[in-house]
Design a binder for this molecule. Structure first.
Ligand code: AVI
Length: 318
């Protein structure tokens, strides 16, 4: 395994300085995912309101054999942002019933998550050979070239939804550039639906998502000597219908000034002023098809649950 260090502090400094000195204030969602934030995200995936993870898992379980039949044999599986690969076993199992050995390349920036993935898959699926790749797949898709033969790239969990539309197109273009005609992409997208379902998924009753959102301030306190008082900020989740996205913000509940000691920054807030922390874009089946078509893929099948909450799309590189 190629080990990559934790995010250097300097990058956090840049994100924090830029984000908190611009108007309106914003912080990139990548700042959520330190150890505490990743644990909170795991908790979110088990919440009753957060339908995404369990719906996608159900779809993968239900359609794994159909997916395996579609992609054919001698396939190498690459999973971007694999984490602990909790949802992937079902696909790998279906593939291993059709080919002698399955090479699986989980790609993630977290070495510890990759170790968990490798240990559990190797114990449960002996036909699967795990080749962990510890890297930032967003910055560099070049590792795809080291996988020889036919590829099935998995990009699950609606991760694509956290990119701005132009960034999502760019990422898909770059992936496609390292794939051959006939390779496959399995993409998981959350779908547009009623706000009575969407909003609670991002503002749950137990307040886990609020803690996840506020962890970005806690992280600035921990790593950069900040003095943000988390109780003086309110978690806000709203649906922006014009942009087809859920937005998360942190709203100051009063006029206040926070300090970030390590970078000598004073950050004034008016009461009601917000820091924009995340967008989570929701697609339609048509918008996914258009997005994939414009980046060199043709959707062969889309599977959704009975409430059309989530989409699993199998697309062929053309
Ligand atoms: C990781 N990503 C797909 C999650 C989402 O639903 O956009 C992140 C998240 N933010 C709040 N809850 C979950």
């Amino acid at each position: 395994m190629i080990a990559i260090e934790q995010r250097p502090v300097s990058e956090i400094v840049g994100d924090v300085f830029e984000g908190l000195t611009r108007t309106p204030k914003s912080l990139p969602p990548r700042l959520f995912y330190d150890a505490a934030g990743s644990a909170l995200f795991e908790e979110i995936t088990r919440l009753p309101e957060y339908y995404l993870t369990r719906t996608e898992s159900g779809l993968l379980q239900q359609y794994a054999r159909a997916i395996a039949a579609r992609v054919g044999t001698n396939v190498n599986v690459i999973e971007l942002g694999a984490g602990t690969a909790a949802k992937t076993g079902t696909i790998l199992k279906a593939l291993s019933q059709r080919q002698l050995r399955v090479n699986y390349y989980p790609v993630d920036i977290s070495v510890s998550a990759l170790q968990v993935a490798a240990a559990s898959l190797e114990a449960n699926l002996p036909q699967v050979r795990v080749h962990p790749v510890a890297t930032n797949y967003i910055a560099d898709s070049g590792f795809l070239d080291s996988v020889v033969g036919k590829k099935l790239v998995l990009y699950l969990g609606s991760s694509i939804g956290n990119f701005e539309p132009d960034e999502a197109l760019d990422l898909l273009h770059r992936m496609r550039a390292h794939m051959d005609v006939g390779d496959y992409l399995l993409l998981g997208t959350d779908l547009v639906k009623d706000t009575s379902v969407l909003l609670p998924a991002y503002d749950d009753a137990q307040g886990v998502t609020a803690r996840f959102n506020k962890n970005v301030l806690a992280r600035i306190n921990r790593e950069l000597g900040g003095n943000f008082d988390l109780d003086l900020f309110r978690h806000v989740a709203l649906w922006n219908p014009d942009r087809s996205r859920i937005e998360m913000h942190l709203e100051s509940t009063l006029d206040q000034t926070a300090k970030v000691k390590l970078i000598g920054l004073e950050v004034p807030f008016k009461k009601g002023e917000r820091i924009h922390t995340e967008n989570s874009y929701k697609y339609t089946i048509v918008s996914v098809r258009d997005t994939l078509r414009s980046t060199g893929f043709a959707v062969e099948s889309t599977w959704t649950d009975e409430n059309a909450c989530f989409g699993t799309h199998l697309a062929r590189a053309v």
